[in-house]
Design a protein around this ligand. Structure first.
Ligand SMILES: Nc1nc2c(ncn2[C@@H]2O[C@H](COP(=O)(O)OP(=O)(O)OP(=O)(O)O)[C@@H](O)[C@H]2O)c(=O)[nH]1
Ligand SMILES: [Mg+2]
Length: 248
């Protein structure tokens, strides 16, 4: 596993070297946590930071300096295309006629969805041609733009909890979903209005076990003997949080 992660990382660095412009996709909800500073330091001169899933946060939570976009509401797609092409064209090391644009970021931030949206944007006007298929996936989206999707990269030393809290690790891969759920329940309980009680329609959500039992009962997640399936409820809670059903 660690070897694959290392390989992805070095492949990405190679690609970023060749790119005329790099779009780092970060999650609007967790901008600080989803930025990859190590890569920003190396490629910052030809980079644009795009904050994904803007539909999941209220407008007043937006921070200046980021290009917000959503593939659901279609906000920001045109702007990313324009800005990235502009940066790419200015790159003094550009070797080919077309701009080569690489999209990167941690897992699950919405890189592939952005690529699809950018492809559609062009397809809607002119229709697109598929690009080269071997090696990294380069896709031609217009006569002067090639796009490359990449696998999400992770920090080798990052733990399960911090990955899960920024939505970079799928719940099915969690070893201890109850612990992550407990963390979310504690954070939610500290807010002026508890988003967990509101979303699940439950009375109180302070104690982790009690909260998970209530969610399990509400959702009919029961074990054979009729007791609440707390582990399943924990997975439901973490998944709903990751999908942005409620904001903590
Ligand atoms: N709410 C919301 N969800 C989105 C948006 N874009 C993508 N998603 C969801 O985010 C999840 C990840 O999207 P992907 O595009 O596969 O993310 P990725 O960065 O390519 O993921 P990896 O390839 O696994 O690293 C999916 O469940 C999408 O449905 C968006 O604009 N708004
Ligand atoms: Mg992807």
């Amino acid at each position: 596993m660690a070897d694959t992660k290392r390989k992805y990382y070095s492949q990405l660095v190679e690609l970023l070297r060749k790119a005329d412009v790099a779009v780092e996709v970060v999650d609007s909800r967790f901008i600080k946590e989803t930025r990859i500073e190590k890569l920003e330091g190396r490629f910052g001169n030809k980079m644009l930071i795009a904050a994904s899933k803007s539909d999941l946060i209220p407008k007043e939570r937006r921070e200046p300096g980021y290009l917000y976009f959503s593939t659901r509401s279609r906000e920001g797609i045109k702007e990313i295309l324009a800005k990235a092409t502009e940066i790419g064209k200015k790159n003094p090391f550009k070797r080919t006629k077309e701009v080569k644009m690489v999209i990167f970021g941690i897992p699950n931030v919405g890189k592939s969805s952005l690529i699809n949206a950018l492809r559609k944007k062009y397809a809607a006007v002119t229709g697109f041609r598929a690009g080269l298929t071997h090696g990294p996936q380069w896709i031609r989206v217009s006569p002067d733009l090639m796009l490359c999707d990449t696998a999400g990269v992770v920090d080798l030393h990052e733990n399960e909890e911090s990955m899960a809290l920024k939505s970079a690790l799928d719940v099915t891969e969690l070893k201890r979903p109850e612990q992550i759920a407990a963390k979310l329940i504690a954070k939610a309980a500290a807010l002026p209005k508890n988003p967990i009680t509101k979303y699940y329609g439950i009375e109180k959500a302070e104690d982790a076990e009690d909260t998970l039992i209530q969610i399990a009962k509400k959702r009919g997640l029961l074990l054979k003997g009729g007791q609440a399936n707390v582990a399943e409820a924990a997975m439901v809670l973490v998944r709903d949080y990751q999908k942005g059903k409620f904001i903590i």
